[in-house]
Design a protein around this ligand. Structure first.
Ligand SMILES: *Cc1c(COP(=O)(O)O)cnc(C)c1O
Length: 387
């Protein structure tokens, strides 16, 4: 049976070049990067090289602005908690959105229990925040604005440059969870004017369990992991050398290939067209244009996303309802709910997220496989019956 992987926003397949780059650091070059002997030195050198490659991909002014973490989740936690701890004397108010990833939302919820005040900005029907609402939310106690660059469920791209401009005017730090944007959109941290930015290896064809945070020089942030003097005294712990090397390689390849990677949009639009011309009562979730080139989130009205996913899985097609972190629960997506999507559509949402290994044949297979599944499920749906 054909296998079609369309869940690239959950994780990507690691590139062969990345694995090749990592292997020597899993085998012969096993020294501790902090040791000054001949076993440690090549590991240190590899970390320095990877840091430069990540800095280059993000357009950072210097490699010292990049700190390696155990992934995107840790980068988000570090950014938010680190600023809250550093700026305690200034204030305790954070502004974020209702559609963030759990790594940001649950960090904010935790901090609320510790006495922080959090404003969750609303979004419009396409998932975009309102800049006037953001301006109004800022008080003299606001210390951080944390807003994702692009949403993992629907792919909507937020007006990041306008947001950072507002933050700068008010003297508030701006952090962005750019985990879905990195490798898909061409941008430079200095152009988007972020003080802090999170990225993750396994979303850009790199290894899992490694990520990075960009911290603009001079940004006040308190260390969250204490121990040795690693990562310029910002994040203690023996470095994950193979992971860091893999992330560096993935970043280097991504930098070169973003324009090519963007062409995935044509394949995605071909899939959308194929689905909508064969199936009725389909709704596109997310912004029609301001959207990641690989993401297609659609609702099959009156159905449950889970049953569609299970049926597609039996045909070898891997998709998801939105977020890997919320699946398993029958709760509707917090993103679609915040966008005001009605109940008959939130349940039936399916996210197709494409990647560099997908082909037109993959799309044709989905376009062919999906209509009979939807038809069958709708004949069994009491809701569709009453339509
Ligand atoms: C995947 C993802 C994360 C979490 O990153 P991990 O490296 O898996 O911890 C956070 N935010 C967004 C938007 C993501 O897509």
């Amino acid at each position: 049976m054909r296998k079609v992987y369309l869940d690239n926003n959950a994780t990507t397949r690691m590139r062969g070049e990345v694995l090749e780059a990592m292997l020597p650091y899993c085998k012969d070059i096993y020294g501790n990067a902090s040791s000054i002997h001949q076993f440690g030195r090549p590991a240190r050198k590899a970390i320095d090289g990877a840091r430069a490659d990540v800095a280059d991909l993000l357009g950072a002014a210097s490699a010292e602005e990049i700190i390696f973490t155990s992934g995107g989740t840790e980068a988000d936690n570090f950014a938010i908690k680190g600023v809250v701890h550093a700026l305690r004397s200034k204030g305790n108010h954070i502004i974020t959105t209702a559609i963030e990833h759990q790594a940001v939302l649950n960090t904010c919820k935790f901090l609320e229990k510790e006495g922080c005040k959090v404003t969750y900005l609303s979004v419009d029907k396409h998932g975009i925040i309102n800049l006037d609402e953001l301006k109004r939310a800022i008080t003299d106690k606001t210390i951080l604005i944390t807003i994702m660059y692009a949403n993992n469920e629907i792919g909507t791209i937020e007006p990041i440059e306008e947001i950072s401009k507002i933050a700068k005017e008010k003297g508030v730090y701006f952090h962005t969870d750019a985990i879905q944007a990195v490798g898909k959109l061409a941008f430079k941290v200095k152009d988007i004017n972020a003080d802090l930015l999170s990225m993750s290896g396994h979303k850009i064809y790199g290894p899992k369990g490694i990520g990075a945070i960009y911290i603009k020089k001079g940004t006040k942030i308190t260390q969250q992991t204490h121990g040795g003097h690693h990562e310029m005294n910002k994040r203690a712990g023996t470095e994950n050398v193979p992971g860091i090397v893999g992330l560096g390689k993935a970043a280097k390849l991504a930098k070169k290939e973003i324009p090519e990677e963007y062409k995935i949009k044509d394949l995605r639009d071909y899939l959308y067209k194929g689905i909508t011309s064969n199936i009725e009562d389909v709704r596109l979730n997310g912004h029609p244009e301001k959207r990641l080139p690989n993401t297609l989130n659609i609702s099959f009205t009156y159905l449950e996303g889970e049953s569609i996913i299970l049926n597609l899985d039996m045909e070898g097609i891997a998709v998801s309802t939105g977020s890997a972190c919320t699946s398993g629960t029958l709760e509707p997506s917090h993103v679609l709910t915040a966008m005001g999507v009605d109940a008959v559509n939130t349940q039936g949402s399916v996210r197709f997220s494409l990647g560099r290994y997908n082909t037109k044949e993959d799309m044709d297979y989905v376009i062919e496989t999906l209509p009979p599944i939807i038809k069958r499920l709708r004949t069994m749906s009491p809701l569709y019956d009453k339509k």
